[in-house]
Structure formats: C-alpha cells, structure tokens
Design a protein around this ligand. Structure first.
Ligand code: NAP
Length: 304
C-alpha cells in the first residue's frame, strides 16, 4: 500500500513552528505583518484571502486586508503597493491573483519590494533562488520540499521529474529540488515522449492544471508522487473517469455537485510508494509557507 503524505499534519507542524517564532520575536518587540490586497469579488480569491488573514490571527501575526473595487486602476494599485513598501509594520505584501484584466499584474508584482515579496514572485527573488542565495521562495514549491523532507523522503541523487514550467510552481519547484541535489528534468507541453520521461522519475511532481493527466503507465513503480494540481470537476462523466466506485467521493459529489481532483489520476497513486492526496496534500502547505515566508521576511529585513 502506498503511503499517503499527509499535508494537514505537516502544515500544522509548520504553523506551530511559526507561532513559536512569532512569540520569540514578540519578546524582541517585533510583530511580523502581512498586507493582503484583494481586488474585486472573485469568490475563490475571497476564500483564499480570508483563510490567509485568519491564519495570521491564529499564529499571532499582524494582518491587514485591503479590498479595492474591481474598477481600480493600475496606477492606484501601484500607489498602494508603494505605500505598503514603505510601512514598517508590514513585512509581507500579498497581491491576490487573478487581478482584473485591465490591471497590469506583472507591473504590480514587480513593484512589490523584493524584501516584502512573500509570494516569491519578484524576478529578484526568482534570480536569487536560481543563484542559490537567500531568497523568499514561492510558497507552493517551498511546500513541496517541506513535504518531502518532513516525510523522510530522500531527495539527494534522486531523479526528479517536474511536469509543468510555470514561474509560480514548476520552475521554482525544479530549482528547489536541484538545490537539494536531485537530478532534475522539467517537462512541458512540447516534451516528446512524456511518459518515457516521467517513468524515469523517483520523485514525480505534477503541476499541469489538467485533471488526472498523469496515468498509471506514466509512473515508475515505487516512485513518490507529488500532485500539485487542483482541478474542479462537475460532470458525471469526469467523476466516473476518476472516482467510479469511491463511496466517499460519491457522497461529496452528490452534496456539492463537484469534487476536486489533482493532475494525477487516482489509479496512478496505486503504482507509487508514497503520494500527496488532493485535497489534503500540497494545497494545505501553501498558507503555512506564506506564514513562514512572512516571518522570514520580518527577520531578514531587521537583520535578525
Ligand atoms: P500553468 O501556469 O497553467 O502551467 C501549467 C504547465 O503545465 C505549463 O508549463 C504547461 O506547459 C504544462 N502542461 C500543460 N499541458 C501539458 C501537457 N499536455 N503535457 C505536458 N505539460 C503540460 O499552471 P500552474 O499555475 O503552474 O498550476 C499547475 C497546477 O497546480 C494547477 O492545477 C493549479 O491549480 C495548481 N496549483 C496549486 C497550488 C496550491 O496547491 N496551492 C498553487 C498553484 C497552482 P507549457 O509551458 O508548454 O504551456
């Protein structure tokens, strides 16, 4: 039976460590602070940001939620980011994506001070990460590494294959695995004989954005699978393709009319030695790593 890598337990462990660090910093008169900028009313974004703000409160961080209307201009948001950059009580700035189409998202993300870029999206942090210098790494890939390490899965010398090359997940995940001395291959939509490549993986990271894309024949028996994908499926046909006969999922589907599936077909997990479930895996680490990055940013900015 493959081992399930429990994202909830690992996230709880990290959050507890963050809370302890926040207490230590309080003794030195420092309270790490996160500003979350949520533009307009995107329901999923509202839930994500609410969870982030709530977690700040649970762990003792200061947080401020700023909610400009979706008619806000790039210039107004730039001014907002500039003022947050210069505030001493703010250590991390989070601009929740997606932004409305008329807003220049890249320009704004680049306007965040690299020292407060707790999402790790700024090109300066991407460059530092690549160069192996101290950097704020993107939260989801940082969570992938935490899961592997805290589950006692060896990385050094292993063949790691990352499917997906986004700036937010695939590329930084590959870079972090490389720094842990894995032999890393990055795959994408133009990769030839993808299954041939993924079958070489001791550690297979799927960050594709396609439900159940990785099938059993793409996995080497005994590989460790990290499924970053979060895809909502809401048709009976899709449901049956992934979860036919799964009573627990069937109940969830009947109740909500949709379920979440990762980028890995559930049958592929059976071939692995260990895997992160969806939900309950990598997704839960993202907020924990955001908290950890905010505390780290607070310490780095003060030279602690
Ligand atoms: P993205 O920006 O859309 O990137 C997807 C990557 O997958 C691209 O590099 C693309 O290749 C590659 N790809 C697409 N189709 C492929 C195919 N047929 N064969 C091989 N590669 C293919 O997505 P993302 O932002 O990285 O997110 C990936 C997944 O992770 C999504 O399901 C997302 O919901 C999830 N996610 C989860 C979290 C979390 O857990 N908190 C955070 C972020 C993202 P090309 O570059 O060639 O187009």
């Amino acid at each position: 039976m493959p081992k399930i890598l429990d994202g909830a337990a690992i996230a709880a462990q990290i959050k507890q460590e963050v809370a302890e660090e926040v207490k230590r910093l309080a003794d030195q008169g420092v309270r790490p602070g996160l500003a979350a900028v949520l533009v307009g009313h995107v329901p999923a974004s509202e839930i994500y940001v609410r969870n982030k703000v709530q977690t700040c409160a649970e762990l003792g961080l200061f947080s401020e939620l700023i909610t400009p209307p979706d008619t806000v201009t790039t210039e107004d948001l730039f001014d907002l980011v500039s003022s947050l950059n210069s505030r001493d009580d703010i250590d991390g700035i989070l601009i929740q994506l997606p932004l409305p189409k008329h807003v220049d998202a890249k320009f704004l993300l680049d306007a965040v001070s690299p020292a407060k870029d707790v999402d790790g999206f700024h090109p300066i942090n991407a460059g530092r990460l690549q160069a192996g210098r101290p950097a704020l790494a993107p939260c989801t890939p940082a969570g992938v590494i935490e899961i592997l390490k805290r589950s006692g899965i060896p990385i050094s010398g292993q063949n790691a294959v990352v499917v997906g090359r986004s700036d937010i997940v695939g590329k930084p995940a590959a870079m972090l695995l490389l720094h842990e001395n894995a032999t890393v291959t990055i795959c994408h939509s133009k990769t030839r004989d993808l299954a041939e490549v993924t079958r070489q993986a001791d550690i297979l990271v799927a960050a594709i954005g396609r439900p159940g894309f990785i099938t059993p024949e793409m996995v080497k028996p005994g590989a460790v699978i990290i499924d970053v994908g979060i895809n909502r499926i809401d048709t009976r046909e899709d449901f049956d393709r992934f979860f036919a006969g799964n009573a627990k999922r069937e109940a969830a589907f009947a109740k909500r009319g949709s379920v979440i599936v990762g980028d890995v077909h559930p049958a592929a997990f059976e071939v692995s030695s260990a895997y992160t479930p969806v939900p309950g895996g990598v997704g839960l680490l993202t907020i924990a790593m955001l908290m950890s990055n905010t505390v780290r940013a607070a310490k780095m900015r003060r030279g602690l």
